[in-house]
Design a protein around this ligand. Structure first.
Ligand SMILES: O=C(O)CCC(=O)C(=O)O
Length: 201
């Protein structure tokens, strides 16, 4: 994995983590097997993407007043998790427990009108390492410093893996903006380590 040198962040990426045929096969499978749900967000507005959350038991968390309760792992997600763990740089892996990632949030952007707004994955129960696999349509991913300046704007191709670690979530926020000209769907999988609820006080 190649480091992306941005002071204050710890980012790594591999544009060709999966071969295109693998990414296409996984996209097609997950499109029909994930339990996609379009949920209501704050103030009753509809979240502009479908979501499905899988993980070990006890990995539930709350974001934007929505509760994420893990569904039992799908075999495809478990084997992808093992591959992501294998390539996670050793220095980053040191910030994960020996057992690696324990949950994955799946997002389905049905077309360019779907998006995720500027946010950081910095809930108290969330570990600092987020590994993001992209499938399907290419979409722009932007990282912005807390003062608003764009420090990274990349098109994430199918089969790419982006890892955000260290202080990335504390110093930066990220987004996938709307791109009304995009007609194809994209799936993004963010592997995380969520502190087990049993372990929380
Ligand atoms: O779709 C992406 O690339 C980013 C997803 C994301 O920001 C998230 O799941 O928190």
């Amino acid at each position: 994995m190649k480091p992306i040198p941005i002071p204050g962040a710890e980012l790594f990426w591999d544009q060709h983590f999966l071969q295109l045929w693998e990414a296409t096969r996984l996209f097609t499978t997950l499109l029909v097997t994930c339990a996609w749900e379009r949920r209501k967000g704050l103030f009753g507005h509809v979240v502009p993407r479908d979501e499905a959350y899988y993980g070990d038991s006890g990995t539930h968390y709350t974001y934007s007043r929505r509760e994420y309760k893990p569904l039992p792992w799908l075999p495809e997600l478990l084997s992808l998790k093992a591959r992501v763990e294998e390539v996670t740089p050793a220095a980053v892996y040191g910030n994960l427990p020996r057992t690696g990632y324990n949950a994955v949030l799946c997002n389905l952007y049905r077309n360019g009108n779907d998006s995720v707004g500027l946010h950081a994955d910095a809930e108290p129960e969330m570990g600092p390492v987020i590994a993001s696999v992209s499938l399907g349509a290419e979409r722009v991913f932007r990282l912005k410093a807390n003062d608003g300046g764009v420090v990274l704007s990349e098109t994430l191709p199918a089969g790419s893996l982006l890892i955000m670690a260290g202080e990335s979530q504390r110093h930066f926020r990220h987004e996938v903006p709307k791109e009304p000209l995009v007609t194809e769907s994209r799936i993004n999988l963010t592997f995380r380590y969520v502190k087990h609820s049993e372990a929380r006080n």
